[in-house]
Design a binder for this molecule. Structure first.
Ligand SMILES: Nc1ncnc2c1ncn2[C@@H]1O[C@H](COP(=O)(O)OP(=O)(O)O)[C@@H](O)[C@H]1O
Ligand SMILES: [Mg+2]
Length: 375
């Protein structure tokens, strides 16, 4: 047995801990300038409404994924009256990394360790986050698009070529749709697009089909811990392609002519969440849907930790306030669990409603009108 293998688990965890050590904002939302150092561990951002708590989480998530979890474009994140924003950070793990993002209507600049980022796929692993926010409820209540985005983000965070594959596939869908909109589409060209659609789409389906059975038990465990209920959660993959992509695409030909769009393929996939074999979207209570949304995010965090050996940074926006007391107490073991394996949690709250057991180890910050101070 090698020395490596006989190392205790705790040593492995601490050596692979990744955390955001510094955050720098310039003209981002209501922050004119912010420079803050963060240790690993638990950070509680406290403040009244509309002071800038969520904006901090949004900036961290933006560095990790290059998107806002509020689903808005970059222009909205520029501080009113300014030309562009800057978001930067120092990420400390086994190595140290420096992220710099500048965005204005004229210039978009992303640097990792002072070099321009050429391939987004390579960049995305630098900082991994999982966000918990009110909008998560859309994972259950919203359209399939929200659920596809959830699995696509998870696959992009874990499978090196996945994002590029997805982008190529979506490009083919767009080109094929444009062709289908023409009065009399060139059949040879359509066949060629169909062939690419099947080839790339099948790869995407394969990744998703492999992921869901691994995610489902993690979500079930998380759900059970949060709810203390006996309801058994199961996630099923509902692919648009049932058996043979090529055959089903050919069968859809007449419908595609009528609708002038690509009707078959992973861009039409969905997930179903079942509680005791019944659709949670249709039959679940509000409380069950909330719990389910959190359980899905916990499963995402557990999955990332399992794959990469280091936990993602958790960004928890006002979630505690939404859960009733019983469900809240169920969330604690999960946060404890997240913290054992990970480094960092950022959580926002309007009041100090945080349980005492955790409070001792919490770093508190006061957020007032776009200023963050240790408090
Ligand atoms: N682009 C922007 N420029 C300046 N201020 C902004 C911008 N976007 C949002 N804000 C301000 O940020 C505040 C809301 O921040 P947020 O982080 O959502 O608050 P909370 O503390 O409630 O989480 C509001 O005062 C809002 O006016
Ligand atoms: Mg907020």
């Amino acid at each position: 047995m090698s020395r490596e293998k006989s190392r205790p688990l705790s040593a492995l965890h601490s050596s692979s801990l990744v955390h955001l050590a510094h955050l720098r904002l310039r003209d981002f939302r209501n922050y004119a300038r912010l420079d803050a150092d963060f240790a690993p561990g638990f950070h509680l951002l406290l403040g009244d409404n509309a002071q800038g708590k969520t904006n901090v989480l949004e900036a961290i998530y933006l560095m990790a994924t290059l998107r806002s979890f509020r689903g808005v474009g970059s222009a909205q994140m520029i501080r009113h009256g300014q030309r562009g924003y800057f978001v930067g950070g120092k990420i400390v793990g086994q190595a140290e990394h420096e992220i710099k993002m500048f965005w204005s209507s004229r210039e978009r600049n992303l640097q990792l360790d002072n070099r321009p980022v050429k391939k987004i796929g390579d960049y995305l692993g630098t900082l991994r986050t999982v966000v918990f926010c009110t909008e998560d409820l859309q994972l259950i209540k919203g359209t399939g698009r929200t659920r596809r985005r959830f699995i696509d983000l998870l696959l992009s965070q874990t499978q090196p070529g996945y994002l590029a594959l997805l982008q190529r596939y979506m490009q083919v869908v767009r080109s094929r749709n444009a062709l289908l909109k023409q009065h009399s589409p060139d059949q040879l060209l359509l066949d060629s697009f169909s062939e690419q659609l099947v080839k790339l789409g099948s790869e995407i389906i394969r990744h998703r089909r492999e992921l869901i059975p691994k995610l489902s038990p993690l979500a079930r465990l998380a759900y059970r811990r949060i709810s203390n209920d006996a309801e058994e959660l199961r996630i099923t993959y509902e692919p648009s392609v049932k058996a043979d992509f090529t055959v089903e695409l050919a069968q859809a030909r007449d419908r595609e002519r009528r609708f002038r769009a690509t009707l078959i393929g992973p861009h039409r996939d969905d997930l179903e969440f079942l509680l005791k074999d019944k659709s949670a979207a249709q039959f679940g209570s509000e409380g069950q849907k909330r719990t389910l949304a959190i359980a899905l995010k916990m499963a995402q965090a557990e999955y990332l930790t399992g794959i990469h050996g280091s936990a993602p940074v958790l960004l928890i926006d006002d979630v505690m306030g939404e859960l009733d007391v019983k469900r809240r107490s169920g969330l604690l073991p999960l946060l404890e669990r997240a913290r054992e394996t990970s480094g960092q949690v950022f959580m926002t709250s309007t009041e100090e409603n945080w349980p005492r057991e955790l409070a001792r180890e919490v770093q508190r910050w006061q957020v007032v009108n776009g200023n963050l101070t240790v408090g």
